[in-house]
Design a protein around this ligand. Structure first.
Ligand SMILES: C[S@@+](CC[C@H](N)C(=O)[O-])C[C@H]1O[C@@H](n2cnc3c(N)ncnc32)[C@H](O)[C@@H]1O
Length: 449
């Protein structure tokens, strides 16, 4: 949609409100969705003390609902200037603090609250956007939420036959497809009655550093203990050094020895601490990277779509990335080792995300025959795969020419990565079979499996 068409499209909202849209008319339901009231009543969504944002809030029923449920602030946003006074009039009549609950006029795609929001609520808003605005919608949501913030969307059961909208047909998977590449992870999806019976609730949230740190701590519990002990050593040897300095002034050269010992302890402990902190930082980045990769989806032979994370414990995924020709060549190169690799639970994922030359193709994954699909899974929603790989290659300055590969361990962690085709012969020789009793049992013990 050209910019001028977007403007034209958006002007229609003002026309509706300006014409004097009355409570109960068109999309105005005179109240919040019963599904939202239910979520808040049950405490499934906790908003106490939180800042809540409701774009496209219409007459403002939802900001009032959130403030009454204990939100610290509930701010609505309306594109249509005529909707804002109607909403603020309604809010003022609800006996709530209007300095904490109000509606502003602004465009969701441009307006920005500098503090960010803890909770976002999207209800009959995405479906009101023209389909060409959806990617921007996902990016804008990511920008409106603070780190750790949550977006709740209630997907109203819109009939696909109703297209063209508004309202436009939307569904839960579509939200995932939009939000994940924009950097927002799907936390959980609840179907409150499904498409036909009632709204679906989706909750999305970005992966937080804190969660990644917790995972790293579970993986390496002694490192945290060591960091504390080393910090303690530095502090006590530092204090000892200060005392030694005082004694040098008082007792003369005899105190030099103590000073030397204390300074030595500080230096060694500081070096060890720095090493541990660096290792912890690297591990946190790795966990975040792996978490994001785990959200990418593949389609299996039986048509089932799974996230890579769902394959943990059952497959050793090897991802090949490049142009269609490169990934097809990499799949072909695995053929002589197929039996051994299959016994080791290897699952190939050829992701043709780069067009030759441009590096930004939207080309679909290469088609595999039914027999091939037994060991080749097709990546779905290549945009998510591309986003992940582009982030990694850019941040590490890895050239993408010639293709790349990443092999994952059974537990989903990255085992190895490199340029070109995966080293199939080496993988076939190294990976243990998953069929025996000990298959998978020793995974990770050598740090490479
Ligand atoms: C279908 S109505 C839903 C209203 C409200 N959620 C409700 O349930 O009563 C969509 C609303 O979004 C507003 N809107 C559309 N585009 C917007 C934008 N870019 N920024 C903010 N509000 C927008 C429209 O003015 C309209 O009131």
């Amino acid at each position: 949609m050209a910019d001028s068409d977007v403007d034209e499209y958006q002007k229609r909202w003002e026309a509706s409100w300006n014409a004097g849209l009355k409570p109960g008319e068109r999309f105005d339901a005179c109240q919040s969705s019963p599904a939202l009231l239910d979520l808040l009543k049950r405490g499934t969504v906790a908003v106490e003390g939180k800042r809540v944002f409701v774009p496209g809030c219409g007459r403002g029923y939802d900001p009032v609902t959130f403030i009454k449920a204990g939100a610290k602030e509930a701010i609505g946003l309306e594109l249509a200037p005529s909707a804002t006074p109607a909403a603020n009039e309604y809010i003022a009549a609800q006996s709530v603090d209007t300095s904490k609950c109000y509606v502003e006029t602004g465009d969701f795609f441009k307006w920005k609250d500098p503090a960010g929001f803890d909770v976002g609520y999207d209800y009959t808003f995405l479906c009101a956007m023209h389909p060409t605005m959806r990617e921007d919608w996902a990016k804008a949501w990511h920008g409106h939420l603070s780190p750790g913030g949550k977006l709740i969307t209630l997907i109203f059961p819109i009939n696909p036959a109703a297209d063209p909208g508004p309202p436009w047909y939307i569904h839960a998977d579509m939200c995932k497809e939009l939000l994940i590449p924009a950097g927002t992870a799907v936390d959980f999806v609840t179907k409150g009655g499904g498409d036909k019976k009632g709204p679906q609730r989706l909750e999305f949230r970005p992966i937080t550093d804190k969660e990644a740190s917790l995972r790293v701590e579970v993986e390496s519990p002694f490192r945290s203990l060591r960091i504390i002990v080393l910090g303690f050593c530095i502090a006590s040897a530092g204090i000892g050094s200060l005392f030694s300095l005082v004694y040098i002034l008082k007792d003369g050269p005899d105190a030099w020895k103590n000073l030397g010992i204390n300074a030595g302890v500080v230096a060694v402990a500081a070096w060890l601490l720095r090493r541990d902190l660096k290792a912890r930082g690297t591990a946190v980045n790795r966990v975040m990277r792996e978490g994001q990769l785990g959200a990418c989806e593949v389609q299996l032979q039986n048509g089932r779509r799974l996230r890579l994370a769902d394959l943990r414990g059952s497959a050793r995924v090897v991802i090949m990335v490049g142009t269609r020709e490169q990934v097809e060549a990499a799949v072909g190169a695995a053929e002589p080792f197929r039996e051994r690799l299959q016994a080791a639970g290897v699952l190939l994922v050829p992701a043709a995300i780069y067009d030759q030359g441009s590096g930004t193709s939207d080309g679909a994954a290469p088609q595999a025959s039914a027999a091939d699909l037994k060991w080749v899974a097709q990546p779905v929603r290549l945009a998510e795969w591309r986003t992940w790989f582009e982030q990694q290659t850019k941040s590490q300055g890895t050239p993408t020419a010639g293709g790349l590969y990443i092999s994952l361990r059974l537990d989903g962690r990255i085992r190895a990565s490199g340029r070109g085709s995966p080293p199939w012969e080496q993988l076939a020789a190294q990976l243990p079979s998953v069929s025996g009793f000990f298959g998978g049992f020793l995974d990770g013990m050598d740090g490479r499996v």
